[in-house]
Design a protein around this ligand. Structure first.
Ligand code: HEM
Length: 106
């Protein structure tokens, strides 16, 4: 849905302080997010994740619709001690939109 992707690009402005996506995306404060949807958590090779994120990765957690909704609504509540310093997105539709945007950047 191109409209949802466009809405997600707008929501992603809140993420850009720390994340890049698209051609040439690099790790910054947070890991680059190309291909993150449906991938195992903590899987960008040259990024140093928190211990909490590494443990979730070792447990086999994957970033799908459900886990992304949980994490993006309440990053610290969903994954205690992870290091993403972001309050979270209040609106479910904003989370749907940003997931669609990320999904459009495989
Ligand atoms: C990790 C998404 C905002 C800093 C992540 C991950 C996702 C994500 C999916 C996990 C990546 C992976 O497993 O490879 C988003 C989205 C945001 C957002 C969609 C906006 C809605 C921010 C902001 C910051 C930030 C504003 C900085 C203030 C980080 C950091 C990590 C991370 C440091 C690594 C966490 C750890 O290793 O514990 N983010 N993020 N993010 N993000 Fe964000």
């Amino acid at each position: 849905d191109p409209e949802l992707v466009a809405a997600g690009e707008n929501v992603f402005k809140k993420c850009k302080a720390c994340h890049q996506v698209g051609e040439g995306a690099k790790n910054r404060v947070g890991p680059m997010l190309n291909g993150v949807v449906d991938r195992q958590v903590g899987a960008v090779d040259d990024y140093k994740y928190s211990a909490a994120m590494q443990e979730a990765a070792e447990g086999g957690m994957v970033w799908d619709d459900e886990t992304l909704h949980g994490y993006l609504a309440d990053p610290k509540g969903f994954l205690p001690k992870n290091k993403m310093a972001f309050a979270g997105l209040k609106k479910t539709e904003d989370i749907d939109a940003v997931i669609a945007y990320l999904r459009a950047h495989p």
